[in-house]
Design a protein around this ligand. Structure first.
Ligand code: GUN
Length: 290
């Protein structure tokens, strides 16, 4: 079974961006807003900061307490929208329950929406002329392309329909262009026979956010499996008391799937790389429109 490692691909993207930043009149600027102390979100945000430092981006992180009122969050976003040094704004999801995620995403200037979650950017994707595309789906396509895995003309099953991954993933895959042209089935919690759908697919993309749900019965022999999930499960034998697993039972894929993305180290690094690429592109667009 081929292991689809995302780390060397991320490193190549970051190296390319480092060169571009060195030759640019100013570095791209990324602002991250993290509300509360969700442990997984804290890890993601630290990884984003590390990657920004590595390539020489200007970056700021606004860490806000879990009980931050909505007016304060929206005021921060408005200030960042008006900040000339900031090209990209990312509001880390999920937000604490009292905050309306839709309202926060709508408040981000669509030109600075490096997540591609604003309805304007989702609209460009639906219309077939994508502008800023969500980082994880974009990273999945880049990872497959890097490893020479074609999706054009093949059946792809996407499991999960979140705005962060599943929905933009399915839309990108069926676009009429060199990276899409797949026949896509989108599965979710109300799909009557999930295994029957995913077994028909040449490529299965798991983005449910539940640990090790997809097993051998869900995957055709010789299929390619992309595991977007990162779940913590208790493990008393582990130093931290938990370990990270994907949405796919990776042991069950051995000797069965043709290729699998590892967790961690597969899709995760690609998401970071695409965030930095989206931020670069946002800067180029803003500079070009002055
Ligand atoms: N939470 C999990 N993944 C993401 C992401 O790509 N962007 C944001 N903003 N929040 C997330």
């Amino acid at each position: 079974m081929q292991i689809l490692d995302g780390r060397p691909v991320r490193d190549a993207v970051l190296a390319e961006l480092t060169g571009r930043v060195a030759a640019a009149p100013r570095p791209p600027g990324l602002a991250v807003i993290l509300v509360g102390d969700d442990p997984a979100s804290r890890v993601y945000v630290r990884q984003k900061e590390k990657a920004c430092s590595k390539v020489g981006y200007h970056h700021v992180t606004h860490r806000l307490p879990a009980d931050t009122p909505e007016s304060e969050l929206l005021a921060r976003i408005a200030r960042l929208n008006a900040d000339d040094e900031i090209d990209g704004i990312l509001v880390q999801m999920p937000l604490p329950g009292h905050l309306d995620e839709e309202r926060a995403l709508m408040a981000v200037d669509p030109q600075k929406d490096v997540d591609g979650f604003h309805p304007e950017n989702l609209g460009h994707l639906v219309s077939g002329r994508p502008r800023t595309v969500a980082c994880t789906p974009r990273g999945v396509l880049r990872l497959l392309a890097h490893h020479g895995i074609e999706v054009a003309g093949r059946r792809v099953a996407v499991v999960g329909r979140s705005v962060i991954v599943g929905r933009p993933m399915a839309l990108l895959l069926n676009l009429k262009d060199a990276m899409g042209d797949a026949t896509v089935v989108m599965c979710h919690s109300r799909t009557p026979d999930l295994a029957a759908e995913t077994r028909r697919a040449d490529v299965v993309i798991a983005a449910l956010g539940r640990p090790e749900v997809l097993t051998r019965e869900h995957v055709a022999a010789g299929a390619v499996v992309v595991d977007v999930g990162i779940n913590r499960i208790d493990d008393p034998a582990a130093k931290k008391g938990y370990r990270l697993v994907g949405d796919v039972d990776s042991a069950a894929m051995q000797g069965h799937a043709a290729a699998l993305t590892p967790v961690p180290g597969g899709v995760g690094p690609m998401t970071i790389a695409m965030l930095l690429e989206n931020t670069w592109e946002a800067m180029v667009r803003r500079e070009g429109s002055r």
